[in-house]
Ligand binder design. Structure first.
Ligand code: ADP
Ligand code: GLC
Length: 513
């Protein structure tokens, strides 16, 4: 338990939080980190928008009497705070209600959190995303006043929260009320970048509605190629920055990975850190996982894992052969995840393996995967959609997990895979490079190998690494078992990552406003 000096009061703002709303790993992080911080004695509160899925989801949420009224986009927008508690914790969660902006997600109509499916099936961003998340940013700052909740650290996540430090510095620290001004002046900000490719870019007309001074619309601050860039706003205005692995923190300072942000990141290089995400083992542990047909652990892998494999084969209508290598994929179906390599490599892989894919994303990948599945229904299983229990069953039932990502800030699935004794094949980038040790005769004999890595961004390199994995699985069962057990013994718990975040929070205390 930390002493009072090392105890922090944190407000974490995110556009998705596991259990309330999720499209990817950000949601896992935004729930697990506060949970781990609370266990370490810190006082952490979470804020997110009240989407329809959060209002109607499994976790109870209830309206409070705290209302908001925020001038934005040339009018006054009303809002209300709702209250909840993060499951299995005492972490308070506040959800920002503004129905015009947030009450629209409905899966069956193709309406997501940030995007909707247009008539041709392709995904389009909502036209008012700038207003939606600018409102959320203002709401976060207003909530402190209406709740009389004064964190010393506001922990921001991705572009949706990028305007918070701008409003803080430009407006709230000059508040007309001296008491409030003092409170706002004490707040420090940390921005975690989960994915630099998503920047929140909007035409300059949108800037006009934000209530910010036009002098900020310049290349060194909020402007990027004559657009408002919300992530850049966060990068320039936050006190400290981190991303979700040390390798990605280095990569994004280069043109290939930086998506135009490399220069402003290099300028702030001394304040940019890398912390790999952790795993919430209360949700992701094959010994206790409620979604599995059988449980297993590092002490007793079989018959549990075999039962999971057979059930997975059955679920997808694949031939129920226990020894055929079964390869799994769970991913957003977007270019970042290396889906083009997967699609190009599948005809070769399906010659002697089975593959199951769970994901949703771009229409072209949906079409390509569906066509491949129809051509090889006993070898390839595809489920296009979002299905949390199925994600767990694939992690458990597969022998090998594929992540040929073009880039991967941290990645959670390779960590889940290792825990489930499912050997990951990954491209050596970002968090994948920081967490998976390539299997070579040397790393294997030293008991360090946990997976297979490849470097070149080509289908051949991906297939070469996958074939190495398949060959070991088929021909060296003892070595395979050792590899699998080494992965299962790794500790990627949130406690380790939370301890790293504590160090960053500690640094923030030393910064002047
Ligand atoms: P990213 O955040 O880039 O999508 P991560 O590996 O960090 O990648 O996290 C992805 C998370 O989302 C994991 O928890 C994974 O299991 C989950 N996930 C991704 N796609 C699906 C899907 N179609 N159904 C269920 N869970 C999914
Ligand atoms: C992003 C990244 C992923 C990371 C996740 C959570 O979506 O693509 O690599 O694990 O954020 O930090």
């Amino acid at each position: 338990m930390p002493s009072t000096e090392t105890k922090f009061k944190i407000l974490l703002a995110a556009s998705e939080v596991m259990g309330y709303a999720k499209t990817g790993g950000l949601a896992d992080v935004a729930a697990s980190l506060p949970h781990a911080l609370a266990e370490r004695g810190h006082d952490c509160t979470i804020l997110l928008p009240l989407y329809r899925c959060a209002r109607t989801g499994a976790i109870p949420v209830a309206p409070t009497e705290h209302t908001l009224s925020i001038p934005l986009g040339g009018r006054r927008l009303a809002g209300r705070l709702w209250r909840s508690t993060l499951p299995e914790s005492r972490v308070p969660v506040y959800l920002v209600e503004q129905n015009e902006l947030f009450d629209r997600d409905e899966r069956r109509f193709g309406h997501g959190l940030y995007q909707f499916s247009a008539t041709a099936g392709e995904k389009r961003d909502y036209r008012d995303n700038c207003l939606r998340f600018a409102f959320f940013c203002r709401a976060v700052l207003e909530s402190m006043r209406v709740l009389d909740l004064w964190p010393e650290i506001v922990h921001l996540n991705d572009w949706q929260t990028g305007l918070i430090p701008v409003y803080l510095r430009e407006m709230y620290r000059h508040h007309s009320d001296a008491r409030l001004r003092e409170h706002y002046r004490r707040i420090r900000t940390l921005l975690t970048i989960h994915n630099i490719a998503y920047q929140g870019l909007f035409p300059p007309g949108e800037f006009a509605g934000l209530g910010l001074d036009w002098r900020l619309f310049n290349y060194h601050q909020l402007e990027f190629h004559n657009h408002l860039n919300c992530l850049k706003a966060g990068i320039v205005f936050s006190d400290l920055l981190n991303t979700v692995s040390p390798t990605y923190a280095r990569e994004i300072q280069t043109p290939y990975f930086g998506w135009g942000m490399q220069d402003c990141l290099r300028e702030r290089g001394g304040r940019l850190f890398g912390i790999v995400n952790g795993v919430d083992y209360s949700q992701w542990d094959p010994a206790t996982d409620v979604h599995l047909p059988a449980n297993y652990s590092v002490d007793q892998v079989q018959p549990g894992k075999g039962i999971c494999k057979a059930a997975l084969q059955k679920r997808f209508g694949l031939a129920e052969e226990p020894r055929i290598p079964l390869l799994g994929v769970v991913a957003r179906l977007v270019e970042q995840k290396g889906i083009p390599f997967l699609v190009a490599g599948l005809p070769t892989l399906l010659k002697d393996c089975q593959v199951v894919v769970l994901g949703e994303g771009e229409g072209r990948y949906h079409d390509q995967l569906t066509a491949l599945q129809q051509a090889a229904p006993r070898r390839l299983g595809v489920f296009l959609g979002f299905d949390e229990p199925l994600a767990h069953r694939i992690e458990a039932g597969a022998d090998i997990f594929l992540m040929p990502s073009e880039y991967e800030p941290s990645g959670l699935n390779q960590l889940y895979s290792m825990k489930y004794g499912t050997v990951p094949v990954v491209r050596a980038t970002g968090g994948l490079a920081d967490t998976v040790v390539d299997c070579t005769p040397q790393t294997l004999s030293q008991g360090e190998a946990t997976g297979f890595r490849f470097v070149a961004l080509t289908t051949d390199a991906f297939l070469e690494a996958t074939h190495r994995a398949v060959a070991l699985y088929q021909h060296q069962p003892t070595a395979w078992m050792q590899l699998l057990l080494t992965g299962m013994r790794q500790d990627w718990s949130w406690q380790r990552s939370a301890a790293e975040y504590e160090k960053l929070y500690g640094r923030l205390r030393d910064y002047d406003a």
